[in-house]
Design a protein around this ligand. Structure first.
Ligand code: G3P
Ligand code: CA
Length: 375
């Protein structure tokens, strides 16, 4: 437009110029997943095998890999001294002993700590206290992991090499993190094609074209990820709340006065179909290969949100030539529901159960794999 050309038109022209026609075509989900080398349905290990081991630690990522999950999912942050690492929460209180090691700084954001400081924290003992039925002595003292260390785990088995499914977490706190991520992935050879060392027929997501998937809730971060890594598959995560997909109720959980978060979200719907479709359309216009919507879980709980995988939603997303990877589903009744609704992949805390559900069971039990890894 010279004067008035919309940025999305520029982006579309750029995408087509780069040969990324899949973003402009309307491929069926099977064909799109096959073209991108993304398993369908995909097993995405949410913070690792985080039901069975402390989230985002070597125990949970190693277990997810050894179970045979397709992807190791992580929330990417950057330390005060510029090191990329994985942690879900903005601060360290829930999953570390920061209150004991740094009492004056316990409420500080994780990015106010250097990597050396973060490495002094125990990121495993909280799990033993929260889940005594799944506790293990070997979880005590587990460390926060850098991206580099998670890549080592992904590459570290001769049996199965999972891919990486990386979220830019609160990217407004980390200007330039999309560029830093590109540099790191490039440095480790994860942005170039690699020859498989596995036997033909083995699952080798981590060695194919779809070995990295990038994900974000943040529209601007999606644009930056596209600029930095135009050829890497990207997912726009979807969330129903004021300021995101606008809810019909106009309410946020905080403003609602409710106490049961899952019950509140289960009642929420997009303002109208057009509002939901606007987000899908944005994802497509900015070069995403799919969306990552939330699910409402039958048992409620901390990770139960608005149902954004209703059949009409998935159908619309598929009609735009995009995949649907839903978060975060563990129980058979919910797995059945989201698969029937038409999703193409599932974030799960229970890779073991999801692999069984998809009739791809691990050859060894969770308990034996944790034993074998020394936990
Ligand atoms: O990345 C999407 C999925 O992980 C769900 O969101 O809050 O657990 O990062 P969250
Ligand atoms: Ca995440």
């Amino acid at each position: 437009m010279p004067a008035t050309l919309h940025p999305s038109a520029l982006m579309l022209g750029l995408m087509l110029g780069c040969g990324l026609a899949q973003a402009a075509e309307q491929l069926a989900p099977e064909a799109l997943a096959a073209r991108l080398d993304i398993p369908r349905p995909a097993v995405i290990a949410h913070r690792g095998a985080s039901f069975d081991a402390p989230e985002s630690t070597a125990a949970s990522y190693t277990l997810a890999r050894d179970l045979g999950a397709d992807y190791l999912e992580m929330d990417l942050q950057r330390s005060k001294d510029g090191v990329l690492f994985a942690l879900h929460d903005n601060n360290l209180q829930r999953t570390t002993d920061v209150a004991h090691k740094f009492p004056e700084r316990k409420d500080s954001p994780a990015n106010a700590f250097t990597m050396a400081e973060l490495k002094t924290l125990d990121a495993g003992s909280w799990f033993n206290q929260a889940h005594p039925d799944r506790a293990r002595p070997g979880f005590v003292g587990l460390k926060i992991l850098t991206l580099d260390e998670i890549i080592d785990i992904a590459q570290g088995s001769s049996q199965h090499k999972p891919g990486l499914y990386i979220e830019t977490k609160e990217p407004q706190l980390f200007p330039g993190i999309e560029h830093d991520l590109k540099e790191q992935l490039q440095h480790r050879g994860w942005l170039s094609p690699s020859g498989s060392t596995l036997a033909k027929g083995d699952l080798a997501v981590g060695q194919g074209q779809g070995k990295v998937v990038l994900q974000t809730f943040d529209k601007h971060s999606l644009e930056l990820l596209y600029q930095e890594m135009p050829r890497v598959p990207k997912i726009l995560l979807l969330w129903l709340a004021p300021g995101s997909i606008e809810p019909a109720s106009g309410q946020s959980f905080a403003s609602s006065g409710e106490t049961d978060k899952a019950a509140f979200y289960a009642r929420q719907q997009p303002r109208d179909q057009a509002e939901f479709k606007r987000w899908v359309d944005f994802a497509k216009a900015r070069g995403a290969i799919g969306t990552g919507p939330s699910a409402a879980l039958s048992g409620g709980g901390e990770q139960s949100y608005a149902d954004l995988v209703q059949p009409w939603m998935n159908q619309y997303t598929h009609e735009q030539g995009l995949l649907v990877h839903v978060y975060t589903v563990d129980e058979p009744v919910d797995l059945q529901k989201v698969m029937s609704a038409g999703v193409d992949g599932i974030f799960t805390n229970r890779s073991d159960e999801l692999l069984k559900y998809f009739q791809r069971p691990a050859g060894t039990s969770v308990s034996r794999l944790l034993d074998a890894s020394g936990y």
